[in-house]
Design a protein around this ligand. Structure first.
Ligand SMILES: CC(C)(COP(=O)(O)OP(=O)(O)OC[C@H]1O[C@@H](n2cnc3c(N)ncnc32)[C@H](O)[C@@H]1OP(=O)(O)O)[C@@H](O)C(=O)NCCC(=O)NCCS
Length: 257
């Protein structure tokens, strides 16, 4: 009993040391701070400590306690991690507020999350419904990763990106919807990489309808001899309605890139 207690304390000490090392490595603000300062005041460190406890209790199938631990951690740090989420070594959550990590999320080693990141599900699906994030991934502030997608190792997700598809390894993805802007450090090339001139099916449909109405108006104009008599009798409805095709959008594409 005593030896297992000592082993647990050792493991926790080792994990806290690794968390502090991750903070020093990836947060410039932590480089000058003492270990005590980081342990006492970095919310990402507190969230990870609490998650390890909650996860162990959840693994042991103890009711209620895991969620209570997660709730207390959330109240103190504004970081919400489901007790069942699987998190690898060296996760660093910078600033933290607004981070949500769902029940079936899986996170590899040395991953960095900034504030406002969501690893969430879509809809009410059950089973595996949250993202899997491989090793050495960086996810920028406000990014939303939704569904059981896989983010390959070494990928970077830009701030405020919305990712709903798999991300290949060593790829930088930005925008909404998230699209690759760097693959292995180079701009992607080829016909599928033009994210600026996206097809707009609604504008195309309106354009087709406008052309159709124009053609009908012309046909009615040809048959106007008949309607001219009505107009003389005061039955005409005045000016004919005209339809103009929509003008092409100008300026920067809001999809980003
Ligand atoms: C995406 C990111 C990781 C940079 O990755 P990178 O591989 O070094 O990519 P680059 O900086 O070369 O940018 C690649 C392209 O994406 C664009 N881009 C970068 N970040 C973007 C973002 N968040 N949204 C939209 N476009 C972005 C760049 O302008 C560049 O465009 P270009 O191809 O037209 O030149 C970084 O920009 C980012 O968003 N980091 C998150 C940082 C953060 O959240 N900090 C919070 C601290 S509190």
């Amino acid at each position: 009993m005593l030896s297992s207690g000592i082993a647990l304390a050792r493991r926790m000490l080792f994990e806290v040391r690794r968390d502090v090392a991750a903070a020093r490595q990836r947060d410039p603000a932590a480089r000058e701070a003492s270990t005590l300062e980081i342990v006492l005041t970095w919310p990402g460190i507190h969230a990870m400590l609490a998650h390890r406890v909650a996860h162990a209790l959840s693994d042991a199938r103890i009711p209620l306690a895991p969620r209570l631990v997660a709730l207390v951690a959330r109240t103190l740090t504004a970081i919400e991690i489901h007790p069942a989420a699987q998190i690898g070594e060296g996760l660093f959550i910078d600033h933290g507020a607004g981070v949500v990590i769902g029940e079936t999320a899986q996170i590899g080693a040395n991953v960095t999350l900034y504030q406002g990141v969501t690893l969430g599900g879509t809809g009410f699906a059950s089973g595996k419904r949250h993202p899997t994030v491989e090793d050495n991934v960086t996810i920028g502030s406000g990014a939303k990763l939704l569904g059981p997608i896989r983010v390959g190792h070494g990928a970077k997700i830009g701030a405020n990106t919305v990712v709903i598809n798999d991300v290949p390894p060593n790829t930088t993805v930005v925008g909404n919807p998230g699209h690759p802007v760097r693959v292995e450090g180079r701009r992607p090339e080829g016909p599928d990489t033009d994210w600026i001139h996206l097809p707009d099916p609604i504008a195309e449909a309106i354009e087709a309808l406008a052309a159709r109405i124009g053609a009908l108006e012309e046909a009615l104009g040809d048959a106007g001899a008949g309607t001219a008599a009505n107009a003389r009798n005061g039955k005409a409805s005045g000016a004919r309605a005209s339809a103009h095709p929509p003008k092409p959008r100008k300026g920067r594409n809001p999809v980003g890139g």
